[in-house]
Design a protein around this ligand. Structure first.
Ligand code: F6R
Length: 369
């Protein structure tokens, strides 16, 4: 059942190109137009939406954080992403023009379910992004966009996360398409590029041996930090979460711009710091800033593990370890930059003798608050 892999997690990481392709299947027509008729919220209702709120937990929450960048950029609708466990306790403001998106692999997470019930009581429309057919969250939502990752057995979420991202991008692009924004050309171009993502994930997977070797060499460390900016910031959070739950190491993700406001004090000689570098194309100002951040931490002794796009030469002098990822549109980069972090955490857990598929104290589906 593990298909020749030692762990379900390894199998599920390897299944990601297919999971991504399956989640796109049938949702983009031959002319590059999105057809999400299955989301049975009529276009006229979607045109009226004046706020999007994404609620989720854990890894699904990180997908939601990335979705916020995509939704606000492509649709110009204000969007907030909130931990489901915090959301309803602060008396959030919603009405019938609010679209709430509940993201959940299992469809049974109690915090997310309670958040969506609260949203519906306030009159908001709820769209579920879910991987489990017929589970409670989609049943109680107004509409559902299923991810097609297939069953995820390992407790740590991998392929479900990538497909949650795909679904979030589809919703963002669809909202943009339905409402018509100044980004029409960009949206059409990105829809086309989504089709190539499966192959790009495959490409990343085929180059992971140096990452595994690096991970094995870090098995005695206590702490690993992760830095990112823009959509790379939630990727840093996700990389840190994977390391906590699998390797039981102290791991934290930071927005690179926050370094000087405190976290830089943590940097000491030999501390491994993973940096997710935004594309030098597109919003290049972010790229230049993160290159300075890498220089700053390295000058203070950090051992830099840099994840950067192919052809990005500016990072080379400051990278103790360089992990290359394919070029993608700026907002889609998390689909490829997350993969090395999954492999890294899985290998570190193995090197530390941990149970990869069943980390201590964790359950796959959290059905209590
Ligand atoms: C981390 C992980 C958890 C889940 C979270 C939400 O690897 O798996 O953080 O992402 O418990 O679960 P779902 O998506 O089922 O609502």
């Amino acid at each position: 059942e593990k298909g020749g892999y030692d762990y379900f997690m390894l199998k599920e990481i390897a299944e990601q190109p297919k999971a991504v392709a399956d989640t796109l299947l049938g949702r983009i027509d031959a002319s590059g137009v999105l057809s999400l008729d299955e989301v049975r919220i009529p276009p006229e209702v979607l045109r009226e939406v004046d706020k999007v709120v994404i609620v989720a937990c854990g890894t699904a929450y990180h997908a939601g954080l990335i979705a916020k960048y995509a939704i606000e950029h492509w649709t110009r609708i204000p969007c907030e992403t909130e931990l489901a466990s915090e959301f309803r306790y602060r008396d959030p403001i919603m009405d019938r023009r609010t679209l709430v998106i509940a993201v959940s692999q299992s469809g049974e997470t109690m915090d997310t379910l309670m958040a969506l019930r609260h949203a519906r009581e306030q009159g908001a429309k709820v769209l579920a992004i879910c991987n489990t057919n017929g589970s409670t969250i989609p049943r109680e939502s107004d509409a559902v966009l299923y991810t097609h990752a297939g069953p995820e057995v390992a407790v740590a979420s991998t392929k479900a996360f990538l497909t949650q991202l795909v679904a979030c991008y589809l919703v963002a692009l669809y909202l943009g398409q339905v409402r018509g924004t100044k980004w029409g050309d960009e949206i059409r171009a990105v829809v086309k590029e989504l089709a190539a993502i499966g192959t790009q994930v495959e490409q990343v997977l085929s180059t992971m041996e140096p990452v595994r070797e690096l991970a094995r060499g870090l098995a005695d460390q206590n702490t690993v930090l992760f830095l990112g900016r823009h959509v790379g910031y939630p990727v840093a959070l996700e990389g840190a979460l994977k390391l906590k739950e699998l390797a039981y190491m102290h791991a934290e993700g930071f927005a690179a711009g926050e370094l000087k406001h405190g976290p830089i004090a943590l940097i000491e000689d030999g501390l491994p710091v993973v940096v997710v570098v935004p594309s030098p194309r597109g919003r290049s100002v972010l790229h230049d800033k993160i290159v300075s951040n890498i220089q700053e931490i390295r000058a203070r002794g950090a051992r830099t593990i840099v994840i950067a796009e192919e052809g990005d030469e500016a990072v080379v002098p400051y990278a103790d370890h360089l992990v290359r990822i394919p070029r993608t549109p700026v907002l889609l980069q998390p689909l490829v930059s997350t993969v090395p972090l999954q492999v890294f955490a899985c290998e570190l857990a193995t090197a530390r003798g941990n149970e990869v598929d069943q980390p201590r104290n964790l359950a796959k589906s959290v059905t209590v608050e």
